[in-house]
Design a protein around this ligand. Structure first.
Ligand SMILES: C[S@@+](CC[C@H](N)C(=O)[O-])C[C@H]1O[C@@H](n2cnc3c(N)ncnc32)[C@H](O)[C@@H]1O
Length: 313
């Protein structure tokens, strides 16, 4: 039996260690996201619209997965400079003009990223995979002990010592109620590091998350493998993810995907029935786009995702 580690360390090793899930696995082999085929084209429309609105000349995709979003952006706006930042090596077959920068993973970003200027930086489903401390409150106490949760690679949890004072301060400020807390300080710091790399531009995190008004009572740590939700076991065999406390991230604005898409005019156009006879291929294409917009704006699904927007400088 392995010895127990704080969740944050066990989680990091399980995803980004030498045999970590993200060193070997391909995200879309285990779960779908808004960068999956059929949806990514509309997501790219939103990214390009935001970049154009801000007069930016490049897009940097942090946590780029297989480069799906960057490839769709490239197809829509080949004039934009495109960079992907990812743990995994560059996959074959990506557009030649796309730059690929390898990253250490988790909270750490690559040293050689340089200072990014005039770019829209998008981190789509990055922060939920940034490991953070997991802690439990003594039952019923608002300001009682907050003890770090330890875990073995078999997924067996045990209570550890009290969390570090900085994590306690974070929890008191941002997650004051509930029996289990995913301490967002590590995400706040990773996000601040990303902002510090941008000389001018707009930095955007897109993720599932919560705000102080509605923190989960018992935490959200979850595993995914092969399309299924599984127990979160830090042995490298599954994705490990926890919702993001989006309001603790430095931001100019946080907005639900559904509402932002409406502002950007991505609401799905009504289809002309006669098009089905006159131009069936165009009709099918329009139908597919409208379904994608509907899925991405679904208030009970992807439409509930948060967009955290921070302008730089
Ligand atoms: C849930 S997947 C999201 C992939 C893609 N953005 C999407 O939405 O489909 C998380 C991705 O984040 C990557 N990742 C995690 N930490 C990273 C880091 N510090 N820098 C770059 N990529 C990172 C992982 O390798 C993985 O591909």
């Amino acid at each position: 039996m392995s010895s127990a580690l704080p969740w944050r360390s066990a989680w990091h090793e399980a995803l980004y260690g030498t045999a970590g899930f993200y060193r070997t696995g391909r995200p879309h082999a285990h779960f779908s996201t808004a960068t999956s085929p059929g949806l990514v084209e509309v997501l790219a429309e939103a990214v390009v619209a935001l970049a154009r609105n801000e007069g930016l000349t490049g897009v940097v995709d942090v946590a780029a997965g297989g480069g799906e979003l960057a490839t769709a952006v490239c197809a829509l706006a080949p004039d934009l400079d495109l960079t992907c930042v990812e743990v995994r090596p560059r996959p074959a077959g990506l557009p030649g003009q796309l730059r690929w920068v390898r990253s250490p993973g988790g909270a750490a970003l690559p040293d050689d990223l340089g200072v990014l200027r005039d770019v829209l930086v998008i981190a789509h489903e990055w922060l939920d995979n940034v490991p953070c401390a997991v802690a439990e409150r003594t039952r019923g106490s608002r300001h009682g002990a907050l003890r770090e949760v330890f875990v073995t690679t078999a997924g067996i949890e045990s209570p550890g010592p009290e969390v570090e004072p900085v994590d306690r301060v974070w929890a008191e400020r941002w997650w004051p109620v509930g029996s289990r807390v995913e301490v967002g300080r590590a995400r706040d710091e990773a996000w601040a590091d990303l902002l510090s790399r941008v000389g001018r531009g707009l930095v955007v995190a897109v993720d599932y998350g919560h705000t102080t008004a509605a923190r989960p009572e018992t935490g959200t740590l979850t595993g995914y493998r092969g399309g299924d939700v599984v127990a979160p076991v830090p042995d490298g065999s599954c994705d490990l993810t926890a919702h993001v406390a989006v309001d603790s991230l430095r931001h100019d604005r946080i907005v639900r995907q559904r509402d932002l898409f409406a502002e950007l005019g991505l609401t799905g156009t009504a289809l002309e029935p006669r098009l089905a006879h006159e131009a069936p291929a165009a009709y099918l294409q329009a139908l597919a786009r409208r379904s994608a917009v509907t899925a991405l704006r679904d208030p009970a699904g992807l439409g509930a995702f948060w967009w955290v927007l921070a302008r730089r400088p």
